[in-house]
Structures are given as structure tokens and as C-alpha cells.
Design a protein. Structure first.
Length: 139
């Protein structure tokens, strides 16, 4: 069995964003040479997420509004975590909702997606460098 590992780095200039990282993950798969196996894509920061869904702007806006309704950024005093001097208590909760990682099957050297599925990096406390781990195992 072969194994491949690569870190993708992001520096999102805004507090929150959704970035389609499917092309970068597909490039990792090509680099790995693996034809059958599994791809793990994992946000390596506790205020960021990796998830799979449709690349449709209306859906992304719905996510933004829904997440802000569930865990509003302000008032900052609503989160005990912010008493540490941080201002990102909401970002931790948003990450928990959207998830830490995804696993995708690899079949015939391709990501084995259903219709419309794409991989996204969700940033909830941006304006600094963060990384995503891509780990591929298989043959």
C-alpha cells in the first residue's frame, strides 16, 4: 500500500469564507499515483472546517446566515472562551457544526463523488495562515 501526505496552506483575508479546494485535492491525488484507496482531507485548525457539498453561491450564503444565526459573532461577551482574550468563540462552534474532515473514496484514480459534490475549506476566523492536511492511502 502507498501513502501520500501534503499540506495545503490558506490565508483568507476575511473572517469567514468558503473555498472550493476540490482542484487542489485532485492535484494531490494525481501526484500520489494512487488509483484505488481513500483520501482524508482534514482542517488542521480548530476554527476551520472541511466539508462536502454543492458549489452554489446561494447555498453558501444560506450557510453563512444559518451559522451566524446559530453562533453569532457578537456580542463577544456571550462566549466564555472570549474571556481568554480571544474573539473567536463563535468560530469554534461553527467549526463543530461544519465538521473537521471528510473522507472520499478513490476509484480508477478519480475522487468518487456523487452528483454536484465538491470539497470545501470553511474558514471561520481568518486573516492568518492555516493549513489543511491531505492524506491519501491505497494502491
Amino acid at each position: 500500500m502507498k501513502s501520500y501526505r501534503k499540506e495545503l496552506w490558506f490565508n483568507v483575508p476575511t473572517r469567514r469564507a468558503f473555498i472550493n479546494i476540490t482542484p487542489q485535492v485532485e492535484e494531490c491525488l494525481r501526484e500520489s499515483g494512487i488509483r484505488e484507496g481513500l483520501v482524508l482531507v482534514n482542517a488542521m485548525h480548530i476554527t476551520a472546517s472541511v466539508f462536502i457539498n454543492d458549489d452554489e453561491p446561494g447555498l453558501h450564503q444560506d450557510y453563512e446566515e444559518w451559522l451566524e444565526w446559530l453562533a453569532p459573532h457578537e456580542p463577544l461577551s456571550r462566549y466564555r472562551h472570549n474571556r481568554t482574550g480571544e474573539d473567536n468563540g463563535d468560530a469554534h462552534l461553527k467549526r463543530q457544526i461544519m465538521g473537521r474532515e471528510v473522507v472520499i473514496a478513490v476509484t480508477n484514480g478519480q475522487l468518487d463523488f456523487g452528483p454536484w459534490e465538491q470539497i470545501f475549506y470553511g474558514e471561520f476566523d481568518g486573516r492568518r495562515r492555516k493549513r489543511v492536511l491531505v492524506k491519501i492511502i491505497g494502491e
